[in-house]
Design a protein. Structure first.
Length: 385
C-alpha cells in the first residue's frame, strides 16, 4: 500500500497542472475573463479557445456558430483557419523532404520546370517557406484564374529584391511550396493533405473540403455587413488558406508540435524541421511559417511582430549563418484570416503550453496576440501556485 501511495504522489508531482489543481471550471473562468472584452469590442459571434498544458486539454467556448440558426460554438465546431493553414503546408513540404522527394535548399524551378530560365532559378523552397522570395505579392493577381495563367505570370515576374534579403508575406510564395510538395507526394496538395497528412496526425475533423456529414458543424463567418459568409475558391487557395478544422483538432496538432516523438520518426522530424529558424526580422526569427520569439516575450515586441506592417509591407531580414535548431525557451505563433474568420495558434515549449483561438469574425491580429499572451501568462501563474 505504501508503494502505491508513493507512485500516486510521484505521478501528481510530475505534473504542475495537477499540482495546481486546474479544472475545466477554473480554465473557463480565466479564459472568459480575458476574452470577453475582446468578444464585446469586436462583436465576435462565436469563439473557441483551446489549450494543452502538459498534455491536458481545456476548452472555453462562447457564442454562436451561426447567428441565423443560433447553433452554439463547441470544441467540435469547424472554423476556417485562413493562413494558419500554412503550418500544414510546410509540414507537408518537410515530410516530402524526409522521404527524399525534394530538397528545401533546391531552386523552385527544379520542381516546376515551366519556370526554368526565370527568377525562380535563384529562389529556393526555403525562401518560399519563409516569405523571402524577393517580393512576391500578398495575393494571386485577379487576372490569374487558372494554373496556366499562374505559370505565365510567374515566368515573367521580376523580383523587387534579392532572395533572402527581405520578408514579403505572400500567399503566392507559400502556395507554390504547397503545390510542389503535393505533386512530389503524389496526387496534388489536397490529396496529400487529406489523404496522407491529416490521418497521420490523427486529425478527425480537419478538411480542405468539408464533407456533407460534417457541414452541420461548419460555422458561418461574419464580415462587416454581418451576413453569413464562407471562403470562396481561388488559385492556390487550398495551399495558402484553405483548411477548416476544430479547436479540438487544433489542440491535438499543437500537442504533437510540443511533443512530436509520439509520431512516426519521419513525421516527427518534419514537424521539428518547421521549427527551424532561418532569418531574423526586427521582431522575431522566421521559421518555416512559424514566427519565433525568445520566451518570455514583451507585449510590445509581440504586437510589433503581429502588426499589419509585417503582413502588408516588405521588411528587411538577416539570414542566419547556420539555421537555428528548434528551441525550447521560445514563443512561436501564427495568425490566419479569411473574410469571415480569425484564427491564432501559439506554442510555448518550455511551459508545455499550446494555445488556439478560433473565431467566426476577422478581428485584428494584435488583439489576438495580446489576449493570447495574457492567457498564457495567467495559466503559467496559476500552475505555479
Amino acid at each position: 500500500m505504501k508503494i502505491r501511495h508513493c507512485l500516486i504522489a510521484l505521478a501528481l508531482s510530475a505534473s504542475p497542472l495537477h499540482a495546481a489543481g486546474m479544472t475545466d471550471t477554473a480554465f473557463r473562468e480565466i479564459a472568459g475573463r480575458i476574452f470577453q472584452p475582446v468578444i464585446k469590442e469586436y462583436d465576435i459571434p462565436g469563439l473557441a479557445v483551446g489549450v494543452t498544458i502538459n498534455g491536458s486539454e481545456f476548452y472555453y467556448t462562447y457564442g454562436e456558430a451561426s447567428r441565423e440558426t443560433k447553433a452554439p460554438v463547441t470544441s467540435d465546431t469547424i472554423f476556417e483557419l485562413g493562413s494558419v493553414s500554412k503550418v500544414f503546408n510546410v509540414t507537408l513540404a518537410a515530410l516530402a523532404e524526409q522521404r527524399g522527394l525534394l530538397s528545401l535548399d533546391q531552386p523552385v524551378s527544379t520542381y516546376l520546370p515551366a519556370l526554368k530560365g526565370s527568377a525562380f532559378d535563384k529562389i529556393t523552397l526555403v525562401n518560399l517557406a519563409t516569405h523571402t522570395s524577393g517580393g512576391l505579392p500578398l495575393q494571386v493577381p485577379d487576372s490569374v484564374t487558372d494554373d496556366a495563367e499562374l505559370m505565365a505570370y510567374l515566368k515573367s515576374w521580376k523580383p523587387a529584391y534579392e532572395a533572402g534579403t527581405m520578408r514579403s508575406y505572400s500567399n503566392v510564395s507559400i502556395g507554390l511550396l504547397g503545390r510542389i510538395a503535393g505533386e512530389r507526394l503524389g496526387g496534388g496538395y489536397k490529396q496529400a493533405a487529406e489523404g496522407q497528412l491529416f490521418p497521420a496526425l490523427g486529425l478527425k475533423s480537419t478538411f480542405i473540403a468539408v464533407p456533407a456529414d460534417a457541414m452541420d458543424r461548419y460555422a458561418f463567418g461574419y464580415a462587416k455587413a454581418n451576413k453569413p459568409i464562407r471562403v470562396g475558391p481561388g488559385v492556390l487557395d487550398d495551399e495558402a488558406y484553405g483548411i477548416k478544422t476544430t479547436a479540438r483538432d487544433t489542440v491535438h496538432l499543437l500537442e504533437l508540435n510540443l511533443k512530436p516523438d509520439a509520431l512516426a520518426p519521419e513525421l516527427a522530424a518534419a514537424i521539428e524541421k518547421t521549427h527551424t529558424g532561418y532569418f531574423d526580422t526586427a521582431s522575431y526569427t522566421q521559421d518555416m511559417i512559424w514566427e519565433q520569439y525568445a520566451w518570455p516575450v514583451a507585449l510590445k515586441q509581440l504586437l510589433d511582430g503581429n502588426s499589419a506592417k509585417m503582413s502588408l509591407e516588405s521588411q528587411p531580414v538577416k539570414k542566419r549563418a547556420k539555421p537555428l535548431a528548434p528551441q525550447r525557451a521560445v514563443l512561436m505563433n501564427k495568425t490566419g484570416s479569411t473574410n469571415g474568420f480569425g484564427a491564432y495558434v501559439v506554442l510555448v515549449p518550455k511551459a508545455h503550453i499550446g494555445l488556439t483561438v478560433l473565431a467566426n469574425r476577422n478581428y485584428p491580429n494584435s488583439a489576438r496576440a495580446e489576449a493570447g499572451l495574457k492567457l498564457i501568462q495567467a495559466l503559467e501563474a496559476y500552475t505555479a501556485k
